[in-house]
Write a protein of this length. Structure first.
Length: 226
């Protein structure tokens, strides 16, 4: 009789472990999906996507290992204290996704299925809402325009000014940097296009000017260093 109860308990705990790890895995996929769909800027990393999935599963397993054993908890803290994380987080929003992975893994590891699933779905919903309404965005321009002007002896042409006035609603010079040989000037503009869909035509027209080179048009709707 005792053997039967022991076997039943072992089967129950095995099923619980499989269920916890399975839920942690799918929650990790959900977190990585939300991150990929709501990411902005230039700091996207596939390794961070994989890290979110793995952290959720690993934390779930760690929580199950600790269980109600206080000695295991202290032993685990001591073991993890020897690890040094030196990776720089480029986007502060990434920290929120890391904490989300930790919380989802803890909830799955403690068999708090409702909290794990409902909490993750709620956070995903909030993330998509904030993404689509562009909450908290504060920008005064749509694009950063950079190009290099070759200085001619008879004076630089002004055709690029006419093009900027033609395609842009507003334009502000952010910087003007001469080259070491004083033969060219690198200019950076803060611009708002009249029609955002005309950015290809704008670049094409600028490239036709023989004294203009190194043209770059970068969106500044998100955080950007120039």
């Amino acid at each position: 009789m005792n053997n039967i109860n022991f076997n039943n308990a072992e089967i129950y705990f095995s099923q619980t472990i499989i269920l916890n790890l399975g839920i942690a895995f799918f929650l990790g996929l959900l977190i990585s999906f939300v991150y990929r769909r709501t990411h902005k800027g230039l700091s996207y990393s596939q390794s961070f996507i994989l890290t979110n999935v793995l952290i959720t599963i690993i934390v779930s397993m760690v929580i199950m290992i600790i269980g109600n054993n206080l000695a295991r908890a202290f032993a685990l803290v001591g073991a993890l204290s020897i690890i040094r994380f030196r990776t720089v987080v480029k986007d502060t929003k990434d920290i929120a996704f890391i904490f989300w992975s930790l919380a989802a893994g803890m909830a799955a590891g403690t068999s708090s299925y409702f909290l794990a699933i409902y909490g993750s779905l709620f956070i995903a919903l909030v993330s998509f809402i904030l993404f689509y309404i562009n909450y908290g965005s504060l920008y005064k321009s749509e694009f950063i325009l950079q190009f290099r002007i070759q200085i001619k002896t008879e004076g630089s042409d002004q055709d690029h000014i006419n093009l900027i006035n033609k395609f842009c609603r507003t334009s502000t010079i952010l910087s003007s940097e001469p080259s070491p040989d004083s033969k060219s000037i690198k200019v950076t503009y803060d611009i708002i296009l009249i029609n955002e869909k005309e950015h290809d035509n704008f670049i094409t027209e600028l490239s036709k000017l023989d004294y203009i080179s190194e043209i770059a048009l970068v969106t500044s709707k998100n955080d950007l260093d120039y």
